[in-house]
Ligand binder design. Structure first.
Ligand SMILES: [Zn+2]
Length: 347
């Protein structure tokens, strides 16, 4: 879902690209940019050693900083082509490469001019918008934000901006599509599935249970997918958790494929794991007769050990916390504290 239309290697570099573009935008829209900053630009469209890259050519490359200074630069499309870049470098070599780079030419062939002109499709726009809301956790109301609408209008005049109810429906539709895809994938998978589950109380007082599936796909890659992230309304007893998780496993149709379940080391989980093991073993024999079915989460055990160790110095931790609270309560105290630290350093 994330990388459907982005060639391999591009997705991570969008983050770097965004920084550069923001600088570019600032430099072109900010009328009161300092003269110092303006001088940093050269006629070639690149920046001097004080500045940053502005030529659009560099959007086709990935920059990795080197410890000795400068960057190692890779082509985003073929990845294999690379060279060393420093701030005084021109754009000729880079242009020559990507204009003859086969993966780049194929990408441009598959996506001619991006969304320019009549290529715009409202359904695709809504789908991509919904995907961005789901992936980044934006509020549904974002669809009604005037500046967001202005941006979308600017990008393409054919766009019909929508209200939050419409984008909510699009997000639910996208969720259902993804859920169905995952259901089909798990159904077709020949791999055994290892589950992890956790149950905790959020600061909102509500309890949540999450169930995650880990499996090897047909290309031998380890995949981890959250199957459910749900409000858990019952009490946290082993029987209640068993009823809840067992129903989820059946809903996903993976009761004959489970290999292990990893849960925290709480006592209620022993009963839960024992009941689930009996249930699944009766449905389809577990590998090694279920000997490795119940896995106790190492991170949880380690956390318990560390918490136990820290309890020895609990008094000191409380004093430090109270001290920090006292000092940071007013600006005057912070200034005095800083003076004390400086005076101590120079003693
Ligand atoms: Zn290339």
């Amino acid at each position: 879902m994330d990388n459907q239309e982005v060639p391999s290697g591009m997705e991570n570099e969008y983050k770097i690209g965004i920084d550069d573009n923001e600088d570019q935008l600032m430099s072109t829209t900010n009328d009161i940019a300092s003269s110092k900053r303006k001088r940093a630009f050269t006629n070639k469209g690149t920046l001097t050693k004080r500045g940053r890259r502005t030529s659009l050519v560099w959007e086709h490359f990935i920059f990795t900083p080197l410890s000795v200074g400068g960057f190692e630069v890779h082509c985003k499309y073929c990845i294999t082509h690379s060279f060393i870049y420093d701030s005084g470098m021109g754009t000729s070599n880079a242009k020559r490469h990507y204009l003859s780079c086969p993966p780049y030419l194929k990408y441009m062939n598959d996506n001619p001019n991006g969304l320019a002109g009549n290529d715009f499709d409202q359904k695709t726009y809504l789908k991509l918008f919904a995907q961005s809301i789901i992936a980044h956790g934006y509020p549904f109301k974002m669809a009604e934000h005037p500046r967001t609408r202005k941006l979308h209008d600017y990008l393409n005049r054919n766009v019909k901006t929508v209200c939050r109810n419409t984008i909510t429906k699009c997000c639910m539709s996208e969720y259902n599509d993804l859920k169905k895809n995952l259901f089909d994938t798990l159904g077709a998978s020949t791999s055994r599935i290892c589950l992890t589950s956790d149950l905790w109380q959020a600061c909102t007082i509500n309890s949540y249970l999450v169930l995650t599936a880990h499996y090897i796909d047909s290309s031998w890659k380890l995949r981890s997918k959250i199957l459910n992230f749900q409000h858990f309304v019952s009490s946290h007893t082993g029987n209640e958790i068993y009823e809840f998780v067992q129903a989820l496993i059946r809903e996903w149709g993976i009761e004959k494929k489970v290999f292990t379940i990893t849960v925290d080391n709480a006592t209620n989980m022993d009963l839960f794991a024992t009941r689930l093991e009996c249930d699944l073993h009766a449905c389809s024999p577990l590998p090694m007769n279920g000997k490795y079915f119940h896995i106790r989460c190492c991170a949880h055990i380690l956390n318990l050990i560390v918490q136990d160790g820290l309890s020895v110095i609990n008094g000191c931790i409380v004093k430090v916390r109270e001290g920090v609270k006292y000092i940071t309560l007013t600006e005057g105290r912070k200034v005095k504290f800083k003076q004390c630290v400086v005076a101590t350093v120079w003693l």
